[in-house]
Design a protein around this ligand. Structure first.
Ligand code: SF4
Ligand code: SF4
Length: 267
């Protein structure tokens, strides 16, 4: 297993016993015997820094991880199946399991007050994938651990969205920035926080992220968009635009937020 993941520059993975409590979408469970969950983390933090001042979250400045996961599963699923003699089934995002809890129960990190999984090596700048299979393991789940609860994320959150062990989704500006239609008040909140797509504030202030390593995966580090602008988004072909996470909305949403931020700056 180590060899298979090493080839992919993935070091954070864990094999745990299958636990029905981790299932959130049973309809997506594969047919047949499932005995274990192989959970792994894909780090995406790029050493590149934005030159522009359009607040676009780091995960959205690199190519969309769904494309990466698709290619990864095409490589590792056959390799794992061949090695262990049982079929493996890969999932990321559209998953039968609560991936964050799988990672926490696999000992891959703590759960932050900001609700994110925070890994010791790569911080919270990780995507999570899982593979289900009939492979047997004695590794039980570990107890879920919480962050140091310093409160910095809650104090810094521009939407006051971080409560006691809960994120108030309707207040989170990351969500608001991705809404198709926003009220004037919502648009103002997003622009006032300097945001155009997503929000990294509660990640960037977190002390557990201070020493987070950069991703060793070129798919992310070599695709970082460091100089975004409305002109650059408008000029993107549909094909190029579709490679980034913000493409789940049409260009209008990102452009709307960029123009709102420009308006605010010009006032
Ligand atoms: S900023 Fe502090 S409270 Fe928030 S997730 Fe990080 S360690 Fe936890
Ligand atoms: S992403 Fe931004 S708005 Fe949402 S909880 Fe974190 S700091 Fe608050």
């Amino acid at each position: 297993m180590k060899q298979i993941f090493e080839k992919e520059n993935i070091t954070e993975y864990s094999l745990i016993t299958f636990d029905n409590n981790l299932v959130i979408n049973p309809r997506l469970l594969p047919d047949g015997e499932i005995n274990s969950i192989l959970v792994f983390l894909v780090p995406y933090r790029s050493p590149s820094k934005p030159i522009d001042e359009y607040g676009v979250s780091a995960y959205a400045r690199v190519k969309d991880y769904h494309g990466y996961m698709k290619g990864l599963f095409e490589r590792i699923v056959p390799a794992l199946s061949k090695k262990y003699g049982v079929p493996f089934y890969g999932f990321a995002d559209h998953s039968p399991l609560n991936e964050k809890l799988c990672a926490a129960k696999g000992g891959l990190g703590v759960i932050g007050k900001n609700s994110l999984l925070i890994n010791e090596k790569y911080g919270s700048f990780v995507f999570i994938g899982v593979c289900l299979s009939a492979l047997k393991t004695d590794n039980g789940c570990v107890d879920i651990r919480s962050c140091i609860n310093c409160g910095l994320c809650a104090q810094s959150c521009p939407g006051s969205a971080i409560g006691d062990g809960i994120i108030l989704a309707e207040h989170c500006l990351s969500g608001l920035s991705q809404k198709k239609r926003v009220t004037e008040e919502e648009q103002k909140k997003v622009a006032d926080a300097g945001l155009c797509w997503g929000c990294d504030i509660c990640q960037n202030v977190c002390p557990l992220n201070k020493k987070a390593l950069m991703s060793p995966i070129p798919y992310f580090t070599e695709t970082f968009l460091d100089n975004l602008s409305p002109e650059c988004i408008e000029a993107m072909s549909d094909e190029e635009y579709s490679k980034y996470a913000f493409s789940w909305r049409k260009k209008e949403v990102l452009l709307r937020n960029m123009h709102a931020l420009d308006m605010k700056k010009s006032q």
